[in-house]
Ligand binder design. Structure first.
Ligand code: FAD
Ligand code: NAP
Length: 339
């Protein structure tokens, strides 16, 4: 067995909140064989298996009594190319943003709006990562996952993944599917999405009126770097709450009291509220207690100023949820995966 299993390993370097908890056992998978070895090891030693990628969507609230397997498999390959459309496949452990940059460098468009999202390729389908009007479902060509119940490999098509807003089959069936590699449909011709938030405005400010996919990526990287804390400097897991989807009637009622409420109509008739607006309006932006806080520039992001525990961050999140419910009768759902 090539898998190296270590006992009692701090997970602080392996979660972007920088929370210091220990894994009872820890290993890194560099191949499919390592993944299979880890499954066998966990069964033989009667410990649960927790798969992680970059740890950028985790809230760890206690020591993890499991074998924590960090996906570190690498590899990117072109599966088909008809001169216009390309199918490209990446291993689960490939870091997401360098993969996006790699596709752009090959003249391929489709992932530019998803630039600078932390984490790995393998975790991207878990919550159907999205930003600036694009989700991976929009460019998804398929994935291969290992069914941990049976040990069998299965290929998933777009429909089978049940992608939705920050959601998928893989999130709904936690611990069942271990994603090994993901495929994307990308284009040599550019179909850019510029209508979301400040993207076009940033390009205009830069004097770019006919942007390339690379220009869009750079604009999004600069917008994100200004607003979002870098986990290497200040621990965080990005947006801590999902934007709630609510009935239009509730928005009408809230708008009467809060005319500047931010809400976006959805194709199914529901409205999406900007959770960051609700939290900021409730006065939480910049709040800090001990080392747990709400980011000064983006109220949707909880931060760890150094020594916050997962439980302190969870407690803060629950207080925010309660307050938002009392003020607006809106339920906020946490986005990071809690262990
Ligand atoms: P992890 O945090 O390691 O894992 C997340 C979940 O996936 C866990 O439940 C884990 O068990 C599971 N998992 C991981 N790998 C696998 C695998 N191979 N097979 C099966 N299960 C697996 N998200 C967005 O959607 N849009 C954004 O714009 C965005 N911006 C962010 C900005 C910042 C600064 C930060 C810190 C986070 C942001 N996120 C965003 C959240 C996060 O980066 C993404 O959800 C990312 O896809 C998580 O990847 P990861 O590898 O770090 O996953
Ligand atoms: P923003 O541009 O300030 O916008 C605030 C919210 O309004 C966003 O959450 C976004 O919802 C929504 N929104 C803005 N323009 C919209 C439009 N034209 N149509 C529909 N909805 C619109 O948001 P931000 O915080 O700076 O983030 C920018 C993008 O990066 C967003 O897409 C956000 O989701 C993504 N992001 C995600 C995370 C994460 O951890 N999940 C972290 C950082 C950034 P949506 O969130 O639904 O897009």
């Amino acid at each position: 067995m090539s898998l190296q299993v270590q006992a009692r390993v701090s997970l602080k370097p392996y979660n972007s909140f920088g929370v210091d908890v220990q894994a009872r056992l820890f290993a890194q998978a560099h191949s499919d064989d390592d993944v299979r070895d880890a499954l066998v090891y966990a069964t033989q030693h009667e410990v649960p298996l927790l798969v992680i990628g970059g740890g950028s969507n985790l809230l760890l609230t206690a020591d993890i009594q499991a074998l924590v397997l960090r996906m570190a498999t690498r590899g990117i390959r072109l599966l088909s190319d008809n001169g216009q459309q390309v199918v490209i496949e990446a291993e689960a452990g490939e870091p997401w943003h360098p993969f996006v940059q790699h596709t752009l460098a090959q003249g391929l468009s489709g992932l530019e709006n998803l630039s600078l999202i932390p984490g790995t390729v393998g975790a991207a389908p878990m919550q159907n990562i999205g930003a600036y009007g694009v989700e991976i479902k929009d460019v998804f060509a398929g994935l291969t996952a290992l069914d941990r119940r049976t040990g069998e490999l299965r290929d998933f098509s777009l429909d089978e993944c049940k992608f939705a807003y920050r959601d998928s089959l893989f999130k709904q069936e936690p611990g069942r599917w271990l994603i090994l590699r993901v495929r994307f449909n990308l284009n040599r011709a550019e179909h850019l999405h510029l209508e979301y938030g400040p993207v076009r405005q940033r390009l205009t400010e830069q004097g770019i009126d006919r942007p390339t996919a690379g220009d869009v990526s750079q604009a999004i990287c600069s917008i994100r770097s200004e607003k979002l804390p870098d986990p290497a400097v200040l621990g965080n897991a990005g947006s801590f709450f999902k934007n709630p989807l609510v009935p239009a009637a509730l928005v009408t009622r809230l708008k009467a009291e809060f005319p500047d409420l931010v809400a976006y109509a959805q194709p199914d008739g529901q409205m999406k509220l900007a959770a960051g607006w609700l939290i900021e309006r409730a006065g939480w932006k910049g709040f800090r207690e001990a080392d747990a806080g709400v980011h000064k520039l983006q109220a949707l992001v909880l931060v760890n100023y150094g020594a916050a525990t997962g439980l302190q961050l969870l407690d803060l999140a629950q207080r925010i949820q309660k307050d938002i419910w009392q003020r607006f009768q809106v339920e906020l759902e946490m986005e990071p995966n809690r262990y």
